[in-house]
Design a protein around this ligand. Structure first.
Ligand SMILES: [Zn+2]
Length: 286
């Protein structure tokens, strides 16, 4: 494991890279994470994040279980620390004035298993303010650009954790579906505004969804968006009768309409309430 700190243009980045990840190390790592701060047990707003290194993982969440599951697999993938440092520095220099967080702590782990083909060997999650976790399979061809763009998608979530108290309260526990879709829509529009939408932009579509496709799906689920249901994950990620990333596509196009109607910038939109974004998009009346 190596910790690397650098600062550029007043923005501080702390990389914590687990470059070699054998069975025993990973086991210890899970134990270490267990002892770290649980976001439900502290006052998240006054917590001194820079001086307390922590994962931000509550035990209940998927990513935490995901790591525990990997305990039983032998993971022989190694990460190239210098390469990750170089890729991260590159975006800090190129897009410096578009960074939302003045401090970002990025944990990076190697991941041998495949994830969805469209993610190119990059899996990421933001459990807490200023804190991002990445799982990377460097054997996948396009992981570098995907990693760079995903820094911005995740940063949108990390930023919401710092400025939006409602977001923190709702986080993970019974999050109403519309706020889940909107936070992913904010993240995708923000990432696209910085790096161009390398991962999901396909001509005039976002992934496999035109605006109309997303709106049609929204109309079908409109009656349940204020609730939190067991199968919300199917809508978000795809599953059952829902196509892959349906909820993300709805969020993407809905937030785009909100930006168009209000003429707000994507950064300003992060400061609006999710209810205002939903209403301002006009989608409830379409
Ligand atoms: Zn996201």
């Amino acid at each position: 494991m190596k910790q690397i700190d650098f600062e550029y243009g007043g923005k501080h980045c702390q990389l914590i890279i687990f470059d070699k990840y054998k069975y025993k190390l990973r086991n210890n790592e899970v134990n270490r994470l267990k002892k770290l701060v649980n976001v439900y047990e502290i006052d998240v707003h006054s917590f001194d994040i820079i001086n307390n290194i922590h994962s931000g993982f509550p035990e209940s969440i998927f990513e935490y279980q995901f790591m525990e599951r990997l305990d039983n697999e032998v993971n022989k993938i190694n990460l190239d620390i210098d390469e990750i440092k170089k890729l991260t520095k590159e975006v800090y220099m190129k897009y410096n004035n578009q960074f939302l967080c003045n401090f970002l702590r990025i944990f990076i782990y190697p991941l041998e298993i495949d994830n969805s083909p469209d993610m190119d060997g990059v899996h990421a999650f933001t459990p807490y303010k200023n804190t991002i976790h990445f799982w990377i399979n460097p054997n996948k061809k396009k992981w570098k650009k995907t990693f760079q763009e995903t820094i911005f998608h995740e940063q949108s979530h990390a930023y919401l954790h710092t400025i939006n108290k409602d977001y923190v309260e709702h986080f993970i526990k019974d999050i109403p579906l519309y706020t889940w879709m909107i936070q992913e829509g904010l993240a995708e529009n923000y990432a696209e505004s910085v790096t161009g939408g390398y991962i999901y932009k396909r001509g005039n579509n976002w992934f496999e969804f035109s605006r109309k496709d997303a709106l049609d799906q929204f109309k079908l689920i409109k009656n349940r968006i204020y609730e939190s249901r067991e199968d919300d994950g199917n809508i978000m990620f795809g599953g059952g009768k829902y196509k892959r990333l349906t909820g993300y596509a709805i969020g993407y196009w809905l937030v785009k309409d909100y930006l168009k109607n209000t003429k707000k910038s994507i950064v300003d939109a992060h400061h609006a309430s999710f209810k205002d974004i939903l209403e301002g998009s006009g989608w409830l009346n379409l």
